[in-house]
Design a binder for this molecule. Structure first.
Ligand code: G3P
Ligand code: CA
Length: 282
């Protein structure tokens, strides 16, 4: 009998504790979801990666139009160079994955690149999409949506930095207001060169999932405004550390809503995503 009473008491304590935990923690988690929705979401720059590349073939006008339509703040592009020196937007250093052609980007003339279909690999609906040039994209979207320009594998293309600088200069985009144009690269020498060519342009240093020392951050902050790492590097502490060096951060590449929410709670300044609606369904 004594044992039965003790068991009842034990069950009562467990049930009371569970009830308390439910009451105490459910509102807390709701509050934290609200926080992302109402405050952080609006403050985070929403950057469509290679255009809204979750919905249309990357680095094409269709993907950039989609980013604009979805009210992203910016879209990101990858700049490389054709054999005859035209600045073209394509991610890989070969055309194999995203077109119906095959070979190195730099082995094609601009005219040859234009003949390639850059849409069908994604979906038949996009067949006939062409590889755009940086110039045509600057002309079409300037003033409408921000453009984050990545210098892709600049070590392969002599004077890529000078050519990009010239495209911006001739459109008076070398002193952009409100960070509407940002130039970034994994090649930090190339970012430094851009800083020398266009001292007013906001620049970003890209990095994979690699630890950085305080000395490196001091060096980056001497020529760049942004430190944009792989999203797996982000914690709230790391964001605070970057901010303490005067660096803003826009990690890449978000392809799920949970990551977007996590990054916003960590206090990032922008998110580079294939799905702009995961950052903010505007
Ligand atoms: O904008 C950052 C991101 O684009 C870097 O990675 O390989 O997609 O160019 P990747
Ligand atoms: Ca890129």
């Amino acid at each position: 009998m004594k044992g039965e009473e003790a068991m009842k008491k034990y069950i009562f304590i467990i049930l009371t504790a569970l009830l308390f935990l439910g009451v105490a923690f459910v509102p807390l988690s709701t509050a934290s979801a609200e926080e992302v929705k109402n405050k952080d979401r609006k403050q985070t720059l929403n950057i469509a990666h290679r255009g809204a590349s979750g919905y249309a073939p990357e680095n094409t006008i269709a993907a950039f139009d989609k980013a604009f339509e979805m009210k992203a703040d910016m879209f990101e592009v990858d700049v490389q160079m054709s054999k005859d020196g035209e600045l073209v937007l394509i991610h890989d250093t070969t055309v194999d994955r995203t077109t119906d052609g095959s070979g190195q980007v730099g082995d094609f003339t601009y005219e040859e690149l234009q003949e390639l279909d850059a849409g069908s690999w994604f979906s038949e609906e996009f067949s006939g999409e062409e590889i755009p040039t940086l110039g045509e994209v600057l002309d079409k979207y300037r003033g409408k949506i921000g453009i984050l320009i990545e210098l892709k594998s600049p070590e392969l293309y002599p004077e890529l930095e000078e050519k990009v600088a010239e495209e911006l200069r001739e459109r008076n985009l070398d002193k952009p207001k409100n960070n509407k144009i940002i130039v970034q690269s994994f090649n930090h020498d190339s970012v430094k060169e851009m800083h020398e060519l266009l001292p007013s342009i906001p620049l970003g240093v890209l990095l994979g999932n690699t630890k950085v020392t305080d000395e490196q951050l001091t060096e980056f902050a001497s020529y760049a405004e942004y430190f944009n790492p792989n999203k797996s590097m982000i914690t709230k502490e790391f964001v605070d550390r970057l901010h303490s060096f005067g660096l803003k951060t826009q990690p890449y590449t978000v392809r799920d809503k949970e990551s977007a929410d996590f990054l916003m709670k960590a206090g990032v300044d922008g998110i580079i995503t294939d799905f702009p609606d995961y950052v903010d369904p505007r």
